[in-house]
Write a protein that binds this ligand. Structure first.
Ligand code: MN
Length: 402
């Protein structure tokens, strides 16, 4: 049962009126502007505002940042008004002219990314990686259950879905010293990110209970990774060039308010984290993720199994007084469940290349080959029992240029 909108929406589309994710689009010869997805259409919010049907001066813009900075009251008011316009048939004559078929638009990067942080919040992923990287040692390092481990990534190379991914070159460990060349171990990381709207002041940490006042929404993330480069450069400071060449995000940012029905209790945390990481509300999200390579589903990672939740990550990232900026992107880290076919990267799925996965055409993969296309998808429950979709993230690998 879905909420009824007068827009024709395929029941399985995941883009019913319960979702209303925000994005930025353009048509040939026109300036980019903000829209929301509904079924197979984008609703042009810049035109709706010009027509006086919604409030706001934020939508004739090439990014969501101005609207994201406007704050929760504005986000809620706009969502309420859009829901009214799309469900009350009496508004149809005024609103329908501002619906544009998605096939007629180009979807752009939805946000101007300020800072970018990537966490490492799946216990299954961290355990698997620990086993491969430190055989015989402890799978989890001593800090892992006390704080959400993360690193600062490169915001300038966060690309919208559909951007071709150039195979990066770099240094790899060799028999007699390092070698240089295109990575031989190009991988994906299926992740879920959240985006900051309202900034915070330096010196003022954001408590877990203030998550909704600062965070605008969630998006799917593919944190492309060169494992051979990573294995050589990563000691002792962690990911650098192995990650900084490209990160892909969905063209749509799903509002926090659309995911309230997806909130579930996270796995029990033992030992109990320090007080600043305590969270009163359950904030794991029941998102079913799907990873496809060349059309073949290779994994279905369950986001609900993540050990650290988004409000805990936000509280940790700001507890030292580091301030938030509008457009900050925080990604979860690879989402891996307990089962083999729930692992969110090829390094785990193939156990560092030892157990290839078979694709639909009968070919096998350990890591990605040139020409491969990776798609990430995710769905979440809504209050009406239907499922909404996070916008998919697509990337095709093209040959190295160096
Ligand atoms: Mn990652």
């Amino acid at each position: 049962m879905t909420t009824v909108t007068w827009v024709e929406v395929n029941e399985d589309s995941g883009f019913g009126v319960e979702n209303l994710p925000y994005g930025v689009f353009s048509r040939p010869g026109e300036l980019p502007r903000v829209g929301v997805a509904i079924g197979e259409h984008v609703l042009d919010l810049a035109e709706l505002a010009t027509a006086g049907l919604i409030e706001g001066r934020w939508f004739a813009s090439g990014s969501l940042n101005a609207f994201m900075a406007a704050g929760r009251a504005s986000w809620q008011a706009n969502r309420t008004r859009l829901t009214e316009l799309l469900t009350d048939e009496s508004h149809r004559p005024q609103v329908e002219p501002h619906l544009i078929p998605l096939r007629d638009v180009e979807l752009l990067r939805p946000i101007e990314v300020a800072d970018y942080v990537d966490f490492y919040a799946s216990e299954h992923h961290a355990t698997n990686m620990g086993r491969m990287l430190r055989p015989g040692g402890d799978a989890l390092l001593p800090n892992w259950k006390h704080l959400p481990v993360g690193y600062h990534g490169r915001s300038g190379t966060v690309f919208p879905s559909g951007t071709p991914i150039v195979r990066p070159s770099g240094q790899r460990r060799g028999e007699s010293g390092p070698t240089f060349g295109p990575t031989l171990k190009l991988d994906i990381e299926a992740e879920v990110g959240f985006v900051a709207g309202v900034p915070s002041a330096p010196g003022h940490p954001v408590a877990t209970g203030d998550f909704r006042d600062h965070i605008f929404g969630f998006t799917l993330v593919n944190d492309w990774s060169a494992r051979d480069v990573q294995g050589w450069e990563g000691q002792p400071l962690g990911p650098f060039l192995a990650k900084s060449f490209a990160t892909s995000i969905s063209p749509w940012i799903t509002p926090v308010a659309a995911l309230e029905a997806a909130r579930v209790a996270p796995p029990p945390q033992d030992p109990v984290p320090l007080p600043y990481l305590h969270c009163d509300e359950p904030w794991a999200l029941d998102l079913d993720i799907e990873v496809l390579i060349n059309g073949q589903t290779v994994s279905r990672p369950p986001f609900s199994t993540m050990y650290w939740t988004a409000p805990q990550q936000l509280a940790h990232a700001t507890v030292n007084g580091a301030s938030l900026r509008t457009g900050d992107l925080f990604a979860s880290g690879t989402v891996s469940g307990p089962e083999r076919l729930q692992r969110g990267c090829l390094m785990e799925l193939t156990w560092n290349g030892r157990e290839p996965v078979e694709l639909a055409d009968g070919t096998k993969r350990t890591f990605l080959e040139d020409g491969d296309t990776v798609i990430l998808r995710a769905t979440a429950p809504t209050p009406t029992g239907s499922r909404l979709a996070l916008g998919e993230v697509v990337g095709t690998i093209v040959p190295a240029t160096t």
